[in-house]
Design a binder for this molecule. Structure first.
Ligand code: 5RP
Length: 224
């Protein structure tokens, strides 16, 4: 199977997982990226069985609207029943690295509001230790060099993601060569740097469930 076929299969498994739980008042949190796009396209088939969605990016909001799915501002909804999103890496504790699509801050906000966080990923994202994928950090533009120097002190090699501005008007530093053995600790340490908006470690709020697309089928994994 190709990587896209695995992504589509895991998105399909997420639809099967959430469909029986949907109610007319349900709000679904929807993530960003190619796996989330497969999910959005399949979610269109459930239109009318839930109220609407909150999107973690302008791109996902546009895609949802194109399918006729109502998109709400997070401030106008009481709660998000379930959040479905992809990841750049996951470990067995379902701690993630996210932000390859530069949407990490809104993704983290939506995840924080969600009753349940379902991660959908193909098997290439499964790692024993987070850090092979360069860690995205969203930074206020004027603090780019300051944050870069501080990240070097933490042992990482930050690279400015040229030509990318986030939906929040900020820039991204991709931090290479990290071996993240204590994800919650590094998540807190980087978030504490002045000028950092968010970093892409999702450990303080990990996923609750992982649907992992593999060549032998979609595996359902809960945190170890
Ligand atoms: C976007 C993300 C995505 O979830 C992550 O990059 C995975 O993307 P894809 O599904 O395209 O592999 O965090 O900011």
């Amino acid at each position: 199977m190709t990587q896209d076929q695995l992504k589509r299969a895991t998105a399909g498994a997420a639809i099967h997982y959430i469909a029986p739980k949907l109610e007319p008042r349900s709000i679904i949190g929807v993530g960003t990226g190619s796996t989330a796009n497969f999910f959005i396209d399949l979610l269109a088939e459930l239109k009318g069985r839930f109220d609407g969605a909150v999107a973690s990016s302008e791109a996902s909001a546009q895609r949802l609207r194109a399918h006729g799915i109502p998109v709400y501002d997070l401030n106008s909804v009481d709660d998000i029943q379930v959040y479905v999103d992809g990841a750049d890496e996951t470990n067995a504790a379902l701690q993630l690295i996210k932000g390859g699509g530069a949407a990490l801050t809104r993704e983290k906000i939506v995840a924080a509001c969600a009753g349940e966080f379902v991660c959908i990923a193909d098997e290439s994202k499964w790692v024993p230790v987070l850090g092979r994928f360069p860690l995205p950090v969203e930074v206020i533009p004027m603090a780019r060099s300051l944050v870069g120097r501080e990240i070097v002190k933490l042992g990482g090699d930050p690279v400015y993601r040229e030509g990318v501005t986030t939906d929040n008007g900020n820039v991204i530093l991709d931090v290479h060569n990290l071996c993240i053995t204590d994800p919650p600790q590094l998540e807190r340490a980087i978030n504490n740097l002045t000028g950092v908006v968010t970093n892409g470690i999702f450990a303080q709020r990990p996923a609750d469930l992982l649907l992992l697309g593999t060549s032998s089928g979609v595996k359902t994994i809960t945190a170890k």
